[in-house]
Design a protein around this ligand. Sequence first.
Ligand code: GAL
Length: 469
Amino acid sequence: MLKFPKDFIWGTATSSYQIEGAATEDGRAWSIWDAHAHTPGRTYNNAHADVACDHYHRFREDVQLMADMGLKAYRFSISWSRVQPDGQGDVNPKGIQFYSDLIDELLAHGITPWVTLYHWDLPLAIQMERDGWLNPEIADMFAQYADICFGHFGDRVKHWITLNEPWVVSILGFGEGVFAPGRKSKNEPYLVAHQLLRAHGKAVLLYRKKYQAVQNGKIGITNNCDWREPLTNSRADRDAAQRSLEFFLGWFADPIYLGDYPQAMKDRVGARLPTLTPEDIALIHGSSDFFGLNHYTGSYAADVDPNENIRNEVYGNGGIFEDQYVQLSTDPQWKTTSMNWAILPWGCRKLIEWISQRYGNPPLYITENGCALDDQLEKGEVKDTVRKEYIESYLAACHQAIENGVNLKGYFVWSFMDNFEWALGYSKRFGIHYVDYDTLERTPKHSALWYREVIKNNGFEFSISHTQI
Ligand code: GAL
């Protein structure tokens, strides 16, 4: 039996735009994701999330399902344009009411809310009228919005996450242009990342000054990172793997934990990487009470000679290639999910050990981990054995990391239920609850039933011990 530490947090996660629906109801205004998804050709089958899982109307039923599985914590995000439609100025009382009711419902069922302030759905007005994340003033706009949330919900919410995955916002939103706001640039990702860090820092400073002493909560940020395994044991490949992790995670975590961008980035990006001024550093350095990590997969990393004309093979997911010169690849033997992401539990262990070592073993939470599969609902059941084994093997790897000294304190499955998977629309199912998009009926999958037992026992019997962790 793999037993987890006492008080280990067992959770699941979702985000506002992916599940809520009610896109223009009760005063909510559009976000950049509403606009992006409603622009033809931007999402699979032109899907949007006007209805999504209709969680806005069904949240009590959803909380009941969470209670049924004995969930300890639920991570959700607030739709900025639901509580402050223009992203500045007036607050929407019905938006406040919705999140307030959701929080009360969770607490009434003994489930701790973990609240993300920004999971990619910027109010469209800020994008159109104020240039969104490219505008240095956005840090103040974000802090004002955060102030509204702390003020209304902070009496009951004790775990805050400022931003979800700034890397995705920067690279997929402004580099590759596959996510909202759909821009393609080699420079903007660095500018946007800089403003994301400043916005995070301002919100944290505000929380610490105005609320933390009274409300007694914790605040942090969630970054995402895949593991990078050196392709060979050569010095060049080991350096490439390290460089790749620094461009991916160090980009955001180094300023917060070490007070500056990684040296490899400064050397390679040069003047295109903004400088952190002493004021920025004062704001950002030390601005996280815990380390939030979203992690799914990994790849090999190898050094590339800049004179060779080689491109990344791995789903373009490495950041700006020309700045790194790291070739990513996978082993055809590795099993994959329906995202085509490799299932690599040992990569999870190595990554959290890398984090723990580089950043001084901070309290760490895996705020997302999970697996998309081509699930079938048959006779009221979804036999998602691969998902159960995915979660089981990743948890076994986490357990091993804890034994090795990593200060991992919680784990959230992505996702509580199937939902709108961004550019891939409804074509990918990540949930441990199946959602029938015609009837909106929810069904716990076998993985949810298994996870319920894990929570109950604070551990599990590792049934696939031949798996490398
Ligand atoms: C994360 C993201 C989630 C979810 C998940 C699966 O990057 O935070 O919103 O979509 O990936 O792709």
